[in-house]
Design a protein around this ligand. Sequence first.
Ligand SMILES: *Cc1c(COP(=O)(O)O)cnc(C)c1O
Length: 374
Amino acid sequence: MKRFPFLDLRRINADYSQALRAAAAHAVDSGRYIGGQEVETFERNLAEYVGANSIAVGTGNGYDALFLILEGYKAMGRLNTGDEVIVPANTYIATVLAVVNAGLTPVFADPDPDTMTLTGDRTEAALTERTRAIMTVHLYGAPAWDAKMGRLATERNLIVIEDAAQSIGAVAFDAGLNGTTTAGSLGHAAAFSFYPTKNLGALGDGGAVVTTDPTLATTVRAIGNYGADTRNHHIYLGVNSRLDPIQAAMLDVKLKEIDAVNNRRRQRATLYGSLIDNPMVRTPYNPGSVWHQYVVRIADGRRDEFREYLDRNGVETDVHYPTPPHRQPCLSSFGVQRLPIAERLAREVVSLPISDCTPIDDVAEIASIINRFK
Ligand SMILES: *Cc1c(COP(=O)(O)O)cnc(C)c1O
């Protein structure tokens, strides 16, 4: 029987095979294996892609990018240990671990039940006297931003950090704090992940901080380089988190195609949306999304049955995410409250196969298999 793979990374990277090999060869022959031209070029191109006046700083991975932003603001005196940071309750655990490991207090906001993301209204509901920052997560590639979130941030002098790990190229309807609408340029600072499965995926780990604040960029770069402002002079209790030149070279090849990649993902998402017609299956509607995941919802406790049915018919699926962070054992000390929307989403969501390489015919076949689920 025909199988529909959830994600075929070999096939995705095969499209760039020649260019990736050439870029790797250049990095191998350069004699420079930390920093250098490959990293500088990719940082410049990424910054330009995200927005005017942006600065990009490569990091070891997406988690480190989040953590370094928070540590950077602490070093700048803008955040202090114990300050509250609002995070959406339905996110990948990395978002929350960065907050906790930076010595800050995560406050979980139940997401909007329609968009499945943080909104201005949901942010407002989680605000307290001690809120100092909002960590908005552009989940599944959909921008989690609206004018109200921007207004709250301005009025209350809150730092807005974007977890843009899943959302390079996504576009919000309302302008962000910089007057721009692209993911990564909406708030004060953004973290990108180049984990291999992300829309812009490296061939290993990689990440970046993007900001228009030159002081934050300099601070993040120093903290990620053992806290050194100049060679052998350490002003912060830093860490080691740098983007490898080989990964920077791979990413620079793929960055040139990211708009085409995202457009092919949009096409597939639009097709799923127009073809799936089953009262049991709720399809997502997120016009600005770059569709890192295409996530449908199955109510009435039938999610596992639906996934087994799809598997029997060759369709591989996944769940992002089956347990919300506040229900994870490591965060039990923070997760005393009930977060009904996040908990319901965790029971209902199913991610369908989607990538720029998923054949259009497969999308149609998967939709028709879904429509036969009773
Ligand atoms: C992937 C991801 C991260 C972490 O990125 P890594 O590169 O794996 O460290 C953080 N937040 C979200 C929402 C992610 O999807």
